[in-house]
Design a protein around this ligand. Structure first.
Ligand code: A3P
Length: 290
């Protein structure tokens, strides 16, 4: 492309019932035909739920400190991305075992080989209010996302599912349902990780059958602290040109409850009313404060 800008700020369109952009649908056949392996670990999230955090934890658990620094998006390829690199190609070329692979796909779009191979899946979910705030700031700074517009229209579109990767409500709920029939799925919450990272790493390790030493675990907890990751150029995405850190950093706040600085009282009331109509399963509960 002679002018990168011409392909940036893509349009949203309906893709099999989910709002998507070309950056995640162009390579669809190759994505759907991706060959998963039994030892693959798929990290699945709705965007901005803590993907990078859990990716870094998993990478440290399996591979420790790398001799040569490698950015997180190369250590953990983004399966469906079709931009400067193609996620499926990066994943195919990963020399490691297990392979750690990231996806934001709604559960019904996950390539079938992951289910056939019974690969392990780590799903991370984050409360809707902080998730939409984080997504808003991300879309402001990331030119491969559609223009976010102003906050109140953005919030409206979030409720309607008009976001890249579709409805948050459907995403978290359908992955939650999958857990009932697919035992190799570990469902985590961003809020739990903020509350007690060590405890959540323990749970993750027992799911994965890992037994790190106390020292190793302590080291990892320190390594993945927000302040540490914010400064870590191999984790903070500062090396990606389409991201404009002058508008907002990738490692923005890393908190539970920042939504209170964005939602008006009226927006909050409307949001809660609408939420009740969409989230009917009493077994799936989120915390928007801790
Ligand atoms: P905020 O925008 O609320 O700060 P993802 O990796 O899925 O894109 O999610 C990004 C969100 O996770 C951002 O939220 C980011 O700051 C937060 N995050 C990333 N690493 C974190 C860490 N180590 N501790 C706490 N939050 C973290």
């Amino acid at each position: 492309f002679s002018s990168m800008d011409a392909i940036l700020r893509p349009k949203l369109f309906d893709f099999h019932g989910v709002s998507m952009t070309k950056f995640f649908t162009e390579n669809w056949e190759n994505i759907q035909n991706f060959q998963a392996r039994p030892d693959d670990i798929l990290i699945a999230t709705y965007p901005k739920a803590g993907t990078t955090w859990v990716s870094n934890i998993l990478d440290l658990l399996y591979f420790g400190q790398r001799e040569k620094p490698i950015p997180i998006y190369e250590r953990v390829p983004f399966l469906e991305i079709f931009h400067s690199a193609m996620g499926v190609d990066l994943a195919d070329k990963l020399p490691t075992s297990p392979r750690l692979i990231k996806t934001h796909l709604p559960v019904q779009f996950v390539p079938k080989s992951f289910w056939e191979q019974k690969s392990r899946i780590v799903y991370v979910a984050r409360n809707a209010k902080d998730n939409v705030v984080s997504y808003f700031h991300f879309d402001r700074m990331n030119k491969i996302e559609p223009e976010p517009g102003d906050w109140s229209s953005y919030l409206q579109r979030f409720k309607q599912g008009e976001m890249v990767f579709g409805s948050w409500y459907d995403h978290v709920s359908n992955w939650w349902k999958k857990k009932q029939t697919y035992s190799n799925l570990h469902y985590m919450f961003f809020e739990d990780m903020v509350e007690d990272t060590g405890r959540e790493i323990d749970k993750l390790c027992s799911f994965l059958g890992l037994t790190p030493s106390v020292e190793e675990k302590t080291r990892i907890v320190g390594e993945v602290h927000f302040d540490k990751m914010k400064k870590d150029d191999m984790a903070n995405y500062s090396t990606v040109p389409v991201l404009n850190f002058k508008i907002s950093p990738f490692m923005r706040k890393g908190k539970v409850g920042d939504w209170k600085n964005h939602f008006t009282v009226a927006q909050n009331e409307e949001f809660d009313e609408d939420y009740k109509t969409k989230m009917k399963d009493p077994t799936l509960q989120f915390r928007s404060k801790i």
